[in-house]
Design a protein around this ligand. Sequence first.
Ligand code: HSE
Length: 436
Amino acid sequence: MKPIQAGLLGIGTVGSGVFNVLSRNQEEIQRRAGRGIAITMVADLDTARAQAVVGDKARVVADAREIIRNPDIDIVIELIGGYGIARQLVMEAIEAGKHVVTANKALLAVHGTEIFEAAQRRGVMVAFEAAVAGGIPIIKALREGLTANRIEWIAGIINGTTNFILSEMRDKGLDFDVVLKEAQRLGYAEADPTFDIEGVDAAHKATIMSAIAFGVPVQFDKAYVEGITKLGAQDIRYAEQLGYRIKLLGITKRTPAGIELRVHPSLVPAKRLIANVEGAMNAVLVQADAVGTTLYYGKGAGSEPTASAVIADLVDITRLHTVDAANRVPHLAFQPDQMSSVPVLPMSEVVTSYYLRLRVADEAGVLAKVTGLLAESGISVDAMLQREAGEGEKQTDLIILTHNVREGTMDAVLAKMQALPTVLAPIVRIRKEELA
Ligand code: HSE
């Protein structure tokens, strides 16, 4: 049988990886897919660079629409990224009746509803394993492997750049700015690292996982997003003394009132496996009712790890494209007419526990006032640590770990605490997840 034909839009790091892995492993891939998979066209504005990667194996064009218009092309692989031209081209490819493979988490988290509806209408597949956690097959696991389960929550280290920075801050006791510069010098962080360090990239990925886990639409605009830029080295040290590590987690959870969808730095008990995921690695922890806890670990970025996910999608499409559209695996795991409208909760309704660091005057009654405010609101203290004041020092750090409380209640208490004359600097608050 003639190979299925794919056209690649954008041949940068991931595109080159796709091309190389597909060539290197073509025999095994064909034995699995039941048919050859050939990338016969590549579109890239830098045609010379593209030509250097593909040699004579594919036709290189500057205009992506030449691929979309070509009736011989069955699958369009979008590796351009962003919401602009990538969105237009994906929509045009779908309208042209092409299946789409994309690694574009931003596009799906923001415009997924429109894209999946269009794909449904045209009877084509949009596959996106590479959009979340790079080489880890987490989409497949959530959508198919765990299909028997009622998923309860997901917590993931789903951004390698920030995990690398946090690991370095902890190992070397350095501040965020210093480590970020080093990460940029080593190529771990982008020249413009905003999406990574502000938590936006992780929130895109958490949004997609949330939709698949709970059968709700992708709703990036409802996600709570907080990055790691304000974390201090001393908080990482204090957390360590209390038996915790600080990780940037993407969390989505089912609660009786609605769904939590949030990205923020979190204290995680150091004894949990996920707390020991270091450097640029990714890991996703899933709690589900039948299987219990499962953990998925691996490289979340990079040329060949991401290519591994893209090619898995190509194989899926090759196997399924002759199957009646209604019998394929639904894009978001649940049948399109079975999606739920359960709301995403505002952050004030989220229930979690907290790490608080207060810079306080080292004098009688300060601790009583602070804990008194917590007690008044029914907030129970889990652990406390007070740094011993140095010789002649009149201030100290007070660290408090709380039990679970609604975030809105904690906000109100923190406002009162901050107003105490003996609290001498802005209070640091970091959420804590036991992940038990
Ligand atoms: N920039 C991402 C990260 C990889 O640092 O994990 C692509 O999503």
